[in-house]
Design a protein around this ligand. Structure first.
Ligand code: REX
Length: 351
């Protein structure tokens, strides 16, 4: 079918709405057959007068989960681990139920409780309590296993950061290498993602970057600068730093088959519904959004203190969009930012 040109006015309108609803700034970059197109609105740092910059870096939150899934699926392809292996076979004693498999972790079907629910019940105090903390991955898992499973393993989709913390432990165990080296050697280096870095537990974002602004729970309270943090509370579930161009390169390369053998990419794309809309699905470390124009896009969303991110590509990898707003804990901003997907991939309303 004829591919619609991106509706840049629509992308800009969504970014403008996001800034009108509380984000100091928002930006998007579309990469397609005719090259790259970018839109920026507002400020990279509240009050600075400095514009957003699609060459700058920011914290991508759970888009990290797709990076972690790629590394683990490469290890599956190399025969070091099986998708239906019990985690117990590789990390004995870590989890309370030996029915939990590697596939359950990657598809959020393990039932493992999400420790971040308690950490961030109160947004700003929760953030201040962890922003300089450094956690061994095992400690995060222990926070989870102190609570009962939320579903029987495999029975239902139940999103949990804990799943990708265990994925991180598996990657380090299977390779004998730290996460940062695995990301660098298996994804960042091969794709030439020069603006992408996993610097945990460093708190600073290397190079030119966008500031993060955390919205307090209390209406009217001033934004809290959340640019610097270890993100140790998330690590392999959310600590990656990247840029719009690199995110588009990553999602396009992933869907285009540059990172995984066909068998593992097919497994990643085996989708199950995440809600009752029928338009939102999750595979293995990857979301699928079904847009109004019969186009499905694949990628991940991200929410980390001060940053919302969408990073999606068409199934053939030919078109990709990365969008970010530099605030969080503000649902209407996140929804407005998400409207960039329809504008970018479905084009202007058919007249
Ligand atoms: C949803 C997204 N998940 C992620 O990106 C992961 C890494 N983020 C979280 O689990 C949210 C932590 C709290 C953020 C805080 N919220 C609160 O503190 C709420 N009390 C904030 O909004 O900054 C995804 O997978 O798409």
């Amino acid at each position: 079918p004829q591919v619609p040109a991106p509706d840049l006015a629509g992308v800009r309108a969504a970014l403008t709405e996001a800034t009108g609803l509380g984000a100091p700034g928002a930006m998007a970059r579309f990469d397609g057959p005719d090259g790259a197109l970018s839109e920026v609105v507002g400020e990279r740092e509240a009050g600075s007068g400095e514009p957003m910059d699609t060459e700058a870096r920011f914290r991508v939150g759970s888009v990290t989960k797709s990076f972690s899934a790629v590394v683990l699926l490469q290890l599956v392809g190399e025969g070091l681990v099986g998708l239906d292996d019990p985690v117990e076979a590789h990390l004995p004693g870590l989890l309370p139920d030996d029915r939990i498999t590697v596939r359950h972790l990657l598809s959020h079907r393990s039932g493992l409780y999400d420790y971040s629910n308690d950490m961030f019940a109160q947004t700003v105090p929760g953030f201040e309590a962890v922003r300089d903390a450094v956690y061994p991955l095992e400690e995060l898992v222990a926070l989870s296993t102190a609570q009962p499973l939320t579903v029987e393993p495999g029975a239902a989709y139940a999103y949990s950061n804990t799943n990708f913390v265990v994925v991180g432990l598996l990657v380090e165990h299977l390779t004998g290498l730290p996460l940062a080296e695995n990301y660098q050697e298996r994804v960042i280096g091969p794709l030439g993602l020069t603006e992408t870095a996993y610097v945990h537990p460093e708190t600073t974002i290397p190079g030119a970057h966008i500031d993060g602004h955390l919205t307090p729970d209390e209406p009217g309270e001033p934004l809290v600068d959340s640019t610097e943090q270890t993100v140790s509370w998330a690590q392999s579930a959310g600590a990656m730093i990247s840029s719009p161009a690199d995110l588009n390169r990553f999602t396009s390369a992933l869907l285009g088959g540059e990172l995984l053998a066909p068998e593992q990419l097919d497994a990643m794309l085996e989708m199950a519904p995440t809600d009752d809309t029928g338009t939102r699905h999750y595979g293995l470390g990857l979301r699928r959004y079904d847009l109004s124009c019969e186009v499905s896009v694949y990628g991940h969303t991200g929410t980390v203190q001060g940053y919302y991110t969408y990073a999606f590509s068409t199934e053939d990898g030919a078109r990709s969009l990365a969008a970010t707003a530099n605030t969080s804990n503000n649902g209407v901003v996140n929804t407005a930012l998400g409207d960039t997907l329809e504008a970018a991939f479905c084009g202007a309303e058919s007249v």
